[in-house]
Write a protein that binds this ligand. Structure first.
Ligand code: GLV
Ligand code: MN
Ligand code: MN
Length: 415
């Protein structure tokens, strides 16, 4: 099919969306339900409506924009991603899948294509863990992996509940209505930047994702004993931070020892109380983000971390409590989607390779709803979650082109 991606229009929309940020350019910070997020949603929904899509929102702000097919009774083909951005981020993570998905639909419309199945563009209410401490809250709720009860307990760092925050952002209705029935979509396919260096390094345009690594999240609370930094002698101390430091190094060691190439562990937060130069840390809160494509191997590392925590607690005479926030299942991409993306690349002479997604995405949870797949495009230096994140207009357009062709193949229909 002849498909024309309007590269300039798409880039201008990506640039405009980057303007909805809590911090000045080039930084994009757009935390879910913040003012920047709420205003960005108005902009994006306007674009959806301009393309003639039927827009609906659920009780937490997951937004669906449907291009109705000639057989509207059939399960739609889903595509989309997120527009929330972590603090000090760039403008492409997630956005390429939403606005690129929109441009893919518009390219099909311009080409006179009429899909048999509806094509539905989905904006996950949030993919980032910034606000509620768990990744993919939007798709997690859509999939039912995050239960209504657990969602009702979500709070941000200021103690604000999901319920209060969503209501303030204008999203009402019962949380029980958010989960999608299994099979709601026939297939779901997400376009995203790679967030790693492989495509750029190999000079390739498209990554066809085979599987998505899954995270486990652990909250660690260490209680020691505070005191005067000058007067408490070293043998008498119960320093919560030093216990945490040992645990962090043990996590690194266990990951290297028991994990494989795809096993990665990050202690990304460490809050020390009281946080004074001349006061021994009495309490520490740390987080662990542990990921793997092999769930059983990841869980073996997790178990070993628990054993190490107990040993360090005894030896250092502190209390270490761990709370498992999530331990998600890795997902394999659907062979029919993989085949459709490959055929789309070949039909348009676009270079590609197969790859693993080591970042998580909404698609990880959509796997619980329907067969899913992902299309990656290169990003400069593999850089992401930084203001200098960058994919060129041509690279983004190639992704939108391959997505459009893929959607056409999955939806059926014709000109
Ligand atoms: C998503 O942003 C991730 O942390 O993989
Ligand atoms: Mn991200
Ligand atoms: Mn993302």
């Amino acid at each position: 099919m002849k498909l024309n991606i309007d590269q300039r229009l798409l880039q201008s929309e990506i640039d405009a969306l980057a303007g909805y940020s809590s911090e000045p350019p080039p930084v994009v910070t757009r935390v879910v339900y913040s003012r920047a997020d709420r205003e960005a949603r108005v902009y994006v929904k306007g674009l959806f409506a301009d393309a003639g899509l039927e827009v609906r929102e659920d009780a937490v702000g997951n937004t669906f924009a449907r291009w109705v097919g000639s057989d509207p009774e059939l399960a739609p083909i889903g595509t989309g991603s997120h527009i929330d951005a972590i603090p000090n981020a760039g403008k492409y993570d997630g956005v390429v899948g939403v606005l690129g998905g929109l441009e893919a639909i518009r390219a099909l419309q311009r080409g006179g294509f009429r899909p048999r199945r509806s094509i539905e563009l989905l904006l996950f209410t949030a993919e980032e863990p910034t606000r509620f401490g768990i990744g993919c809250p939007g798709s997690r709720m859509l999939s039912g992996v995050l239960t209504v009860e657990a969602a009702g307990k979500l709070r941000d760092a200021e103690g604000e509940s999901l319920d209060g925050l969503r209501a303030a952002a204008g999203f009402c209705g019962e949380l029980s209505g958010v989960a999608l029935p299994r099979g709601y979509f026939e297939y779901f396919v997400e376009l995203h930047i790679e967030q790693g260096p492989l495509l750029e390094r190999e000079g390739l345009s498209i990554g066809i994702v085979q599987s998505i690594a899954a995270p486990a999240g652990l909250n660690v609370l260490i209680e020691g004993e505070g005191g005067h930094a000058g007067t408490v002698l070293m043998p008498d101390r119960k320093d919560a931070f030093l216990a945490g430091a040992e645990l962090a190094l043990a996590i690194e060691g266990l990951t290297l020892e028991l994990g494989g190439l795809d096993t990665v562990a990050t202690v990304g937060t460490c809050n020390v109380f009281p946080g004074a130069v001349n006061s021994i840390p009495s309490r520490v809160q740390m987080s662990l983000d542990l990921r793997d494509t092999d769930g059983a191997r990841r869980d073996r590392v997790l178990d070993a971390v628990g054993v190490a925590a107990k040993e360090i607690a005894v030896r250092r005479r502190v209390a270490i409590a761990t709370e498992l926030l999530n331990a998600d299942a890795p997902a394999s991409c659907d062979p029919n989607i993989i085949e459709a993306v490959r055929a789309a690349c070949e039909a348009h002479g676009v270079t590609y390779r197969e790859m693993v997604s080591r970042a998580y995405h909404g698609s990880l949870f959509m796997d619980q709803v329907c067969p899913m797949g992902m299309i990656f495009i290169p990003c400069r230096g593999g850089v992401s979650h930084r203001p200098d994140e960058y994919s060129s207009p041509e690279q983004i357009a190639a992704g939108a082109l391959v997505l459009a062709e893929t959607l056409a193949r999955l939806a059926g229909g014709g000109e």
